[in-house]
Design a protein around this ligand. Structure first.
Ligand SMILES: [Zn+2]
Length: 398
């Protein structure tokens, strides 16, 4: 033990056993000694809340097969200044606390926590088995300030009932990003897919058709609802501007969230106000009826009836004289086949999974991890959502 007050720390000096030879770090076979390197130190898990260091001068061995190299050191990973046990300890805490809090609580730096999580994740990714991946969801996620191309991520989730996790994340949302993601999963996984779920983002549609043509390609329900809501909001905004100063403008005041919620969920006084708006013959009311009636589409069991409903709905929307709604109708018509695949999938895909995983990603990206780089965020996402296998140590400290 050395130091005093807040700088007190435990120092553990380690000596090699005189009768036991060092092991080659590649084949783990005992090998004749070669020479000894200068003493290094490693940060261990704090004991009695004291920073604890290992001191050791590593030997170099001369392996008949692998030549001269540093011996295998059981608590060390390459040149990292933290013991394996400490990295494991920090990585596990980094899932419960922010990285900065973890660093502060256990007397290390943000960088130390980042390197530990990185090691943990790399180990997990290398050990991960991608068997029985039948359904994936692909989506784009916005990240950071601004709407530049670099502020989007492409994510691939596994959305099977038995396993829901983040499989891959990469920068941008281009065809190339998705191709890189599918390559990372491997040809065997992609060829074995049964369901792929995406939104109507063109680069993704193209790549999925090329690479996973055997899978049933389904469009995401929540994305379609979002398109409808955006169109409705455009109608409302345009009408608000048009009616400025007139008495009927009152009807549109403070209606945004009431309009965008699912109709069934609007209650009480808000509901009465919504009803008055709908009966007022305003464009916003008509757009709301269109949006709301589309919900019915998802309740069909029969493909034929669903198709008939879609036809009827699009017809109505196209005659509505509401340009944003017409645009949605044209888009739905264009992707009719993929929309109807929802019914061909016969409930195999639950609609909320991709949305749920997206929300979890937002929790991670928004939490104050103090990510300085894209790479750090990527590591945090795998760490929290990847369900990766974890290293097993002889002793766990948390
Ligand atoms: Zn060797």
């Amino acid at each position: 033990m050395c130091g005093s007050g807040s700088t007190t720390r435990l120092e553990v000096t380690i000596q090699p056993h005189q009768q036991i030879r060092g092991k080659c770090s590649q084949c783990l076979q005992a090998a004749p000694g070669y020479d000894r390197l200068a003493q290094r130190r490693w940060l261990f898990v704090p004991l009695w809340h004291l920073p604890t260091y290992f001191y050791y001068a590593p030997r170099r061995v001369n392996c008949p097969e692998h030549g001269v190299g540093v011996e295998h050191i059981p608590w060390s990973q390459g040149k990292r200044p933290l013991c394996t046990a400490m990295m494991d300890f920090l990585a596990r805490w980094a899932r419960r606390l922010s990285w900065r809090e973890t660093a502060r609580a256990f007397g290390t730096s943000w960088e130390g926590v980042y390197r530990s999580v990185q090691w943990f994740v790399e180990w997990g990714l290398a050990q991960r088995q991608l068997t029985s991946v039948w359904s994936i969801g692909i989506d784009e996620i916005h990240w950071g300030p601004g709407k530049k191309a670099a502020n989007f991520l492409t994510v691939i989730y596994q959305i099977d009932r038995h396993c829901r996790r983040l499989l891959w994340v990469g920068p941008r949302r281009t065809q190339a990003s998705l191709r890189r993601g599918l390559n990372a999963l491997g040809q065997e996984v992609v060829a074995g897919l049964r369901f792929v779920c995406t939104d109507m983002w063109k680069p993704y549609l193209k790549v999925v058709a090329q690479r996973a043509g055997q899978a049933l390609h389904v469009l995401d329900r929540f994305h379609i609802t979002r398109h409808l809501n955006q169109a409705l909001d455009q109608v409302r905004r345009a009408e608000t501007a048009r009616l400025q100063g007139q008495a009927s403008a009152q009807r549109l005041k403070k209606m945004r969230w009431k309009l965008l919620r699912r109709g069934r969920r609007v209650r009480g006084r808000a509901k009465a106000k919504l009803r008055r708006l709908v009966f007022s013959k305003l464009a916003t009311g008509r757009a709301w009826i269109l949006k709301e009636s589309f919900e019915h589409f998802w309740t069909y069991r029969s493909l034929v009836w669903a198709q008939a409903f879609l036809d009827y709905w699009c017809e109505r929307a196209l005659r509505s004289r509401l340009e944003p709604m017409k645009k949605v109708a044209r888009m739905l018509r264009k992707h009719e086949e993929l929309l109807l695949n929802w019914f061909r999938a016969k409930g195999e895909i639950s609609s909320g999974v991709v949305e749920g995983l997206n929300n979890k990603i937002r929790v991670v990206t928004r939490r104050s991890y103090g990510f300085r780089t894209y790479r750090a965020m990527e590591v945090a996402l795998y760490h929290n959502l990847g369900k990766l296998p974890e290293p097993v140590l002889t002793h766990r400290f948390c």
